[in-house]
Ligand binder design. Structure first.
Ligand SMILES: [Ca+2]
Ligand SMILES: [Ca+2]
Ligand SMILES: [Ca+2]
Length: 644
């Protein structure tokens, strides 16, 4: 690496292009994970986590969260101790590959604008640093999941609709076609067309027009701007990549304008359209493109000893691609001796059946549990009106909608038991941001639920403080329920940013505080999270136990059991009963009538989450009565199983 001065003097990124030695880059692969249900995932955006190397801080702007901030892989290395102290066991890192560096006033700090899948993004470091990051993580018992995108590349080309050889913005159409102004309707609507991002064309590739009329498929013109890595992938490192620099590598239909046809029919906009922002949709049906994706991403596993892929935008790619891609990666992993390589994906949708469909045979080992994010973390924990019954309905639906068969050559756990649970991520406002008034309105309209208590005035720190008990209760659920918990970085430091990019704060500004107590001796969110993760590690039932609901309710307000939710986790002899009171209030409450649990009558259950352990003795027939304070969470285990 040249020094910081040399980079700054050069002032462009092009000078970084060929600094890396990719030769002899494969390393021995290791198997780090026995059972993914034992893991706690921590999602971090590399650019926002820690700036460990100021020499790569090229063109950062700390006044704008839509620009690069300076975080890097050296920063992740430097803060491995912080992650270990929190107790997380896996990090999911944002994409590492080279991106179109900047476009329309925003930067590719997030990594979702790929331009070359075989080179690294130099803002984050070099190959040696990336490799050391994974090695140091493994030495600390932390696994590394790489975020990958196969659906689209960055803004690589424009459609030369008017055939003049340069990118234009223009108005199209012959005039207003309102009947009163144009009897007979011969005109067409005026609309603005950007050649970077024209609207979806239903029947064919984006079409060209001249003054004489239609002129066939619009030429696709790749840009050549090496200073910002906006160049077609040269295919010099992997020949397979060259297809991504040619028109045939893309669907060329234009930008998605309707998201409602999400059922993956052939021809659907969501499958073939460009992603907003001009992100060009890859021709994923093409065998050449499939080869390019498998080769490029498998190569990073070989070079870095990665432990899994988090896969972007599942529902924008046809099922056939996933069945091919995932199966081939698994075969490669097995042949290379990498066991339990984990692949889970993002279908950003509340439709449980749709999300579950990506766990069908040969597809994902797991998916982000978006339906739960909406129906449990938003509607129960953020809203807090007392109704908890829908959490039970969701678990029932899981039996129908998510595969019960582990993927062939996969992680050995059925998808339905390995869903990735989360309350927020980089694409939604943070939990502590509170409920968005629009969401509140839609919930009210939908089922009459009153979420007024979930609305937080984000300008008022006291309001946020009143909301924080909900976060602690939500974390208690996240870290004790069935599946694999995933925590978005900054949650442990009470970050409360709204939508993208304000939910992508710089973590280093917290000084990575590991304080477990606040001035009044209550837990910090860091301390509470650490405590829950430790419990999960100590009690096998909380990691691998089957989950059975024992109490949910439709009651609200002052009714005795409003806000109560209780479930058991049972793994062989290991038993846990989790009770959470997801509602505001001032006094303790019990559920009115006893709940029936499966622990034997006479069993003394100890609340191991409480600071001063309290006990409940199971009565005849399995009846148990539990008193709960507002937003309190309890984890009861039999006295004989309590561990220090
Ligand atoms: Ca840096
Ligand atoms: Ca043009
Ligand atoms: Ca697509």
């Amino acid at each position: 690496m040249p020094g910081a001065a040399a980079l700054a003097a050069a002032g462009v990124l092009g000078c970084w292009t060929d600094l890396y030695d990719y030769s002899g880059a494969e390393i021995p692969l290791t198997s780090q994970v026995q059972d993914w249900r034992d893991e706690v995932i921590y999602q971090l955006l590399v650019d926002r986590f820690e700036d460990g190397d100021t020499s790569n801080d090229v063109r950062i702007d700390r006044n704008a969260l839509g620009r690069y901030q300076g975080g890097d892989w050296q920063g992740v290395i430097n803060r491995m101790g912080y992650l270990r102290q929190l107790g997380v066991t896996t990090i999911w890192i944002s994409p590492i590959v080279r991106n179109v560096d900047t476009d329309a006033g925003f930067d590719a700090y997030h990594g979702y604008w790929a331009s070359d899948l075989t080179r690294l993004n130099p803002h984050f470091g070099d190959l040696a640093t990336a490799r050391r990051m994974v090695q140091v993580a493994h030495e600390n018992g932390i696994k590394v999941i790489l975020d990958i995108v196969t659906n689209h590349m960055g803004q690589m080309f424009y459609y030369d609709v008017n055939n003049n050889g340069r990118p234009d913005d223009f108005v199209e159409g012959s005039g207003p076609d309102y009947p009163y102004r144009n009897p007979g309707g011969l005109g067409s609507t005026l609309r603005r067309v950007s050649e970077y991002d024209p609207d979806f064309n239903v029947r064919s590739p984006v079409q060209a027009f001249t003054s004489l009329g239609p002129a066939g498929d619009a030429p696709v013109i790749f840009l050549n701007m090496p200073d910002i890595f906006r160049v077609p992938p040269p295919g010099d490192i992997l020949a397979s990549q060259a297809v991504l620099g040619r028109p045939e590598g893309y669907h060329r239909r234009g930008r998605i304008t309707a998201y409602d046809n999400v059922d993956s029919q052939p021809g659907a906009q969501v499958l073939l359209g460009d992603f907003p922002g001009g992100l060009k949709d890859v021709n994923t049906e093409s065998p050449r493109v499939r080869d390019a994706m498998v080769e490029a991403y498998w190569r990073w596993v070989r070079m870095l000893d990665l432990d899994g892929f988090r896969i972007d935008t599942l529902k924008h790619v046809e099922h056939g691609f996933w069945q091919d891609f995932a199966a081939r990666i698994r075969v490669l992993a097995r042949a290379a001796g990498k066991r339990n390589f984990f692949m889970f994906g993002e279908a950003f949708d509340g439709d449980d059946r749709l999300v579950g469909s990506y766990t069908n045979p040969n597809e994902m080992d797991s998916v982000f549990y978006f339906p739960q994010k909406y129906r449990v973390f938003d509607n129960i924990f953020q809203c807090g009106d007392g109704r908890t019954r829908d959490a039970e309905a969701l678990l029932r639906d899981r039996q129908m909608n998510y595969s019960a068969m582990p993927q062939p050559n996969g992680i050995g756990v059925p998808p339905r038991q390995a869903l990735v649970n989360f309350m927020d991520n980089h694409d939604v406002s943070r939990f502590l941001y509170g409920m968005n008034p629009t969401v509140v309105e839609s919930i009210r309209a939908g089922d009459g639920r009153n979420c007024a208590s979930g609305v937080v005035d984000i300008r008022n720190p006291r309001d946020v403080e009143r909301f924080r008990p909900r976060l602690l209760a939500a974390l208690s659920y996240l870290l004790t329920e069935e599946g694999i918990p995933c925590i978005y970085y900054g949650t442990e430091q009470d970050f409360r940013g709204g939508n993208d990019p304000s939910n992508r704060e710089r973590l280093w500004e917290t000084n990575f505080s590991t304080a477990e107590r606040r001035a009044d001796n209550t837990f910090t969110t860091f301390g509470w999270t650490r405590r829950l993760i430790a419990l999960r590690r100590t009690y096998p039932a909380l990691r691998r136990g089957a989950m059975t609901w024992r109490w949910t309710t439709e009651h609200t307000g002052a009714e005795p059991d409003a806000g109560i939710m209780a479930f058991e986790r049972v793994d062989g002899q290991s038993y846990a009963l989790v009770v959470i009171h997801a509602k505001d209030g001032s006094a303790e409450t019990s559920m009115g009538t006893p709940m029936m649990v499966s622990a034997a009558p006479g069993t003394e259950l100890v609340d191991v989450l409480a600071e001063r352990p309290r006990t409940v003795t199971v009565g005849s027939g399995g009846a148990a009565v539990v008193q709960m304070g507002p937003w309190q969470a309890s984890v009861f285990v039999p006295r004989a199983q309590v561990r220090p």
